[in-house]
Structure formats: structure tokens, C-alpha cells
Design a binder for this molecule. Structure first.
Ligand code: PMP
Length: 396
């Protein structure tokens, strides 16, 4: 039997990486592959109390359908938080609550992309966004990056020479996968270019609050005078991912399109999740919670970078992120991180091979390491194992 699927399914093959990563589920493996927050930091006791409280105080409403835009007190909390952390000037009416920020990525594809349209993104970029957009059949153009993120001259050159650019996808804060952050000059230059070409921008920002050092930088959204920037935020890394709560902040015009597609997708985000998280923000200090998270991740980052310096062979480059969850390692050109990963798995250590972060492929000599999930002793042991595998390949 030959079932005929939609054309959009053609490009959506299960990746070989996913198969590799399945092997990292073995508890013997020290995995730096995932992008998971540290579960020991989840506010379990607090949420236990809150779940009872919400059901006692507002059970009938909490278990009912609710509006597509989201629970107003939560939208207001988010607007306040964005204004203080991301330097925006928004109100609850500018916010749509989504099922994680991942849903915002899918909606961006649905709202902006026809088959054959062009998406510009950083090279490399977040795999989950690439996959979400792929379903809408675009062409990706990767804009070259350096240690300060997307290179503006390259962006402008691409915009001058490319037709059908419908959307630019960027992660200016502690990027996934590289951990890099765009400095202020680059943000300003970017907004100048965007205002000139008037192309919608998806500013994906799940990590911006997780800054361990240096000054926090204004979001692109805060510099957006023409209503071109769609900001995607998330509770996954500053709170926990299990509630699946994220948000989209955009101009009235763009947000109305997102609200429309949200209605078609799932009507609304979970009423009870929204009310519980909002209650947490009423009763507890989310800033303090984020400070605790940062403290733990900063130590883990420091330990990972120190152990890398001691254990990796000479001549490898890696990023020194000022926040977020990841560092990115660059290998000599002739090495393939997928091949090395097989050997790593034999030694019970894992990372994500870098190739899949490049939508057009062709770059295999790099990989991503996560430092938020593994406890300190495993970071040291895992990096030692990885170091000795890398040495064996470098000496060949
Ligand atoms: N954007 C980026 C850059 C991410 O790294 C992730 C998840 N790790 C997401 C979006 C999606 O996160 P969530 O749906 O949990 O908010």
C-alpha cells in the first residue's frame, strides 16, 4: 500500500542524530547532549502546595476552557518581566501564551512562510527551529557568524542579493548551540538593517535571563520601532519545562495572526498550568529562583571550561558563554564529530554532533556540549572521557 502524504512531509525524515541520541539514554552514559534544565532545581514542594491552592480557590475555572490569548494575570506578569529584563515597553495585550516557545516557532512558520520562501538564520542555528520551519517548505540561507553572533555585512549582502526573504530567525542571547551573545553594537546595526528592508524577525530568547556575568543587554524587541520583531519567551529554563508554557510578544497586527493559528492548533494553552505558574509568581520570588539556577549553572560552566582546558587536546577552539546552557567546540577540518561520537558512546560519554545545526549541512567538524544537566563529578569524569577520545583522533 502506498499512502500519499503531504509534500511537506518529504523533507521531514527522522534524523540519524536522533538514533544516536537514543543511545545516550543508557544511565551509564554521561550525556552532555540534551538541553535539559537541572531537575534538582525545580520548585517541586512549592508547586505541590500551589496545585492544591489553585484547585481549592479556583478549581471550577482552572479546569475549564479559557481564552486563546491566555490567562490575563499571567500575561501581565510576563509583560512586567519583559519590561524589566528585556527593556521592552509592552503590556499584557501584546502577549500570547503558547505551549512552550517551540509552538511560537511553528506558528512563525505557519504565519510567514510559503513553500520556496527564504528564511535567514545564524549559521549554526537551533535545530528545533530549523525542523519547525522545514514543515512549511522554505529555503534556508545561513548567514555567517563570528564570536559576536551574526555578521551584519554578510546579512546586508544576503538581503541585497536574495529574493523572497520572508523572515529572519535569530537567538541573540546565549545562542543554542554556540552559547554566543550579540553585543549592543551588533543589535543596533541589525535593527538598522531590518528597518531598511522591513522583514519580520523572530527573536528567540529562552536563555536571556540566565546571564552569569557581564551586563544584560536590551532585546531586539526593545529597539523595534516598526513592529517587525516577534519575541519568543519561555518558562522552560527560568522555571521548568513541564508546564509547557512560553509566550509570543509581537505587534497587534502580527499577534492577531498568531492568535488565529493558535485557535486552529489547540484553542489555548492549559488553563490550569497558566493559573499555577501565575500563582507561583504571585506568592514566590521568581527572580530569586532564577538567581539560584544561575548560581548552579555558572559553577557547572566554570567547571566544564576548566576541565576542557586541562583534558582536551591542544588546538581545539570552544566558546566561553556568559550565560545559558551550552558551549560549542570546533574541531580541525578533517574530523567528523559524528564518527567521533560513535567512539564516545563506546566510552559512555555523549554530545550533539554539530552538523544538524546547519540547515544546509556540510559542516561536521563541531559539536555542542551542555553543562546544565550533569552534576559536578559527572562533568569532570565525562570531559576526561571525551578528552581522551578526542586525543585518540587528533593523534591519528
Ligand atoms: N528556542 C531555543 C533556542 C531552544 O533552545 C528551545 C529549547 N531548548 C526552544 C526554543 C523551545 O523551548 P520551549 O518550547 O521549552 O519553550
Amino acid at each position: 500500500m502506498a499512502i500519499k502524504y503531504a509534500r511537506r512531509m518529504d523533507g521531514l525524515k527522522g534524523s540519524e542524530i536522533r538514533e544516536l541520541l537514543k543511545l545516550t539514554e543508557n544511565p551509564e552514559v554521561i550525556s552532555f547532549a540534551g538541553g535539559l534544565p537541572a531537575p534538582e532545581l525545580f520548585p517541586v514542594e512549592e508547586m505541590e502546595k500551589i496545585s492544591v491552592l489553585v484547585l481549592e480557590e479556583q478549581g471550577r475555572q482552572a479546569l475549564q476552557y479559557s481564552t486563546t490569548e491566555g490567562y490575563n494575570p499571567l500575561r501581565a506578569h510576563i509583560a512586567d518581566r519583559m519590561n524589566s529584563k528585556s527593556k521592552t515597553n509592552v503590556t499584557k495585550d501584546d502577549i500570547l501564551i503558547t505551549n512552550g516557545s517551540q509552538q511560537g516557532l511553528d506558528f512563525a512558520g505557519k504565519v510567514f512562510l510559503d513553500e520556496g520562501d527564504v528564511v535567514l538564520c545564524e549559521s549554526p542555528s537551533y535545530l528545533g527551529a530549523i525542523n519547525a520551519f522545514k514543515a512549511y517548505g522554505p529555503k534556508f540561507i545561513e548567514v555567517p557568524t563570528d564570536s559576536n553572533g551574526m555578521i551584519m555585512e554578510e546579512l546586508e549582502k544576503t538581503l541585497q542579493t536574495t529574493e523572497r526573504v520572508k523572515m529572519i530567525y535569530v537567538i541573540p542571547d546565549f545562542q543554542n548551540p554556540t552559547g554566543r551573545t550579540w553585543p549592543i553594537e551588533r543589535r543596533k546595526a541589525f535593527m538598522e538593517i531590518i528597518n531598511k528592508y522591513e522583514i519580520p524577525v523572530i527573536e528567540d530568547n529562552p536563555y536571556g535571563e540566565l546571564r552569569f556575568e557581564g551586563e544584560s543587554l536590551p532585546s531586539l524587541k526593545s529597539m523595534d520601532k516598526k513592529g517587525l520583531v516577534v519575541f519568543l519567551g519561555s518558562f522552560s529554563k527560568i522555571f521548568c519545562p513541564g508546564y509547557r508554557l512560553g509566550w509570543t510578544c509581537a505587534s497587534e497586527e502580527i499577534l492577531s495572526k498568531f492568535i488565529f493559528v493558535k485557535q486552529g492548533a489547540d484553542l489555548q494553552a492549559s488553563t490550569i498550568s497558566q493559573r499555577e505558574v501565575s500563582k507561583f509568581m504571585d506568592l514566590y520570588d521568581l527572580d530569586k529562583h532564577v538567581e539560584n539556577i544561575k548560581e548552579v549553572y555558572r559553577k557547572r560552566r566554570d567547571l566544564m571550561l576548566k576541565t576542557i582546558a586541562e583534558e582536551f587536546p591542544e588546538g581545539l577552539e570552544y566558546t566561553h558563554p556568559e550565560g545559558g546552557l551550552f558551549t560549542w567546540v570546533q574541531l580541525p577540518k578533517h574530523l567528523d564529530s559524528k564518527v567521533i561520537m560513535q567512539k564516545c558512546l563506546e566510552n559512555n560519554v555523549a554530545y550533539v554532533p554539530g552538523g544538524s545545526f546547519f540547515p544546509n549541512g556540510g559542516k561536521e567538524n563541531c559539536f555542542r556540549l551542555n553543562y546544565s544537566t550533569m552534576p559536578e563529578e559527572k562533568i569532570v569524569e565525562g570531559i576526561k572521557r571525551l578528552g581522551s577520545v578526542l586525543k585518540s583522533f587528533m593523534e591519528e
